[in-house]
Design a protein around this ligand. Structure first.
Ligand code: G3P
Ligand code: MG
Length: 249
């Protein structure tokens, strides 16, 4: 028997890191580009500065996406705020600051944009980051709909998020689909499994749905692949190609 699917008040098209390839990832400028392309849901990565401020950043160190050097975990928010997080992308974005999670939450809620908040802890800070993101999300959204979907590859972070704000929906992110995916979804009280698009098959999508969960795939940058996964009934695709893969106007 097929289980009932959890509610899913989210778009099937999700702008990866806010603006995909078109703008510096994980910035407010990226979110504005995503919105201009018709996206109503963004994925972004959140971690803690050394002094406990939640900020948007993918990597463990700042080199790839800023003009600074060294590990993000060793920098205070004041130090991170001095860096240029846009110039690496293109001159048009030079000087773009690192956004706080609070600023991005305000932007998305004010504009009716849904969020998949990926908890991306620096190594060793998994539980602390999961708890901080969940508590901040609860306060920032304050019941606004749709609620942010919290996801992580770090199961310790997901568990801490669940302990801190059990009512916020969660998704388990996996690099490779583990044989015990269903047990892990149960263990962390998740509503969805977020997989690498390479692992997406019609059979897996059907099996996840039959078990009563949603399924989304990252990062889908080929329009034909996107069409196929959507035809198979996937619940969400994360894309960097905002011009080629986007919600219908
Ligand atoms: O959340 C989906 C996707 O962003 C996971 O991979 O490395 O791009 O954060 P990554
Ligand atoms: Mg991510």
């Amino acid at each position: 028997m097929t289980a009932k699917l959890p509610s899913w008040p989210y778009s099937r098209y999700i702008a990866h890191r806010g603006g995909g390839r078109l703008a510096p990832e994980n910035t407010l400028a990226a979110m504005r580009v995503g919105a201009e392309h018709g996206f109503t849901m963004f994925e972004y990565d959140v971690k803690l500065s050394s002094d406990g401020v939640l900020v948007l950043m993918h990597d463990d160190d700042v080199e790839r996406t800023s003009n600074g050097r060294g590990p993000a975990a060793a920098k205070t928010y004041a130090e991170l705020a001095q860096l240029d997080f846009g110039g690496w992308h293109s001159a048009a974005y030079a000087g773009e600051p690192l956004p706080t999670f609070a600023a991005v939450a305000r932007y998305t809620v004010a504009n009716g944009i849904a969020s998949n908040v990926e908890i991306k802890p620096c190594p060793g800070r998994e539980a602390e980051t999961g708890r901080a993101v969940a508590l901040a999300a609860q306060a920032l959204w304050n019941g606004a709909s749709p609620p942010p979907l919290l996801s992580s590859f770090a199961e310790e972070a997901l568990q801490a998020a669940r302990d801190a704000a059990p009512e916020l929906p969660r998704a388990l992110l996996v690099e490779k689909v583990p044989a015990d995916w269903q047990e892990r979804l149960v263990k962390h009280g998740c509503v969805a499994l977020n997989i690498n698009q390479k692992d997406a098959t019609r059979e897996l999508i059907d099996a996840v749905h039959a078990a009563g969960y949603r399924i989304a795939a990252w990062t889908v940058n080929d329009p034909e692949r996107a069409r196929l996964l959507l035809d198979w009934g996937i619940d969400g695709i994360f894309t960097d190609e905002l011009a080629a893969i986007r919600p219908a106007a």
